[in-house]
Design a protein around this ligand. Sequence first.
Ligand code: SF4
Length: 101
Amino acid sequence: MDTNWMALGKCAHEDPAVFFPSDGVGVIKAQRICRSCPMMDHCLEYALTNKIDHGVWGAESERSRRRMVRKRNAAAAKAQKQAARQAEIDLAEEGESAVAH
Ligand code: SF4
């Protein structure tokens, strides 16, 4: 995965410890920097895709990213179930059509 965007992030000029806060005030401080970062979307997607647990990435806290990952996983599971159900329906319709002819 491309990581060139990291050099363009606002955090490239900050103390890395800012993005690994130990309390809520620290999270807010990091999020303020992230929200004016041109790489925010890349950063969040990178963290979600790579299941990065620690730190503030793309202006999202650890807890918030965990919630996002759970939602994504639930949506993917739902889509997979729907696709499987549709495949069964298609197969049944094909069978009915073959019997009718
Ligand atoms: S969104 Fe935040 S953590 Fe991500 S690159 Fe920008 S400043 Fe760094």
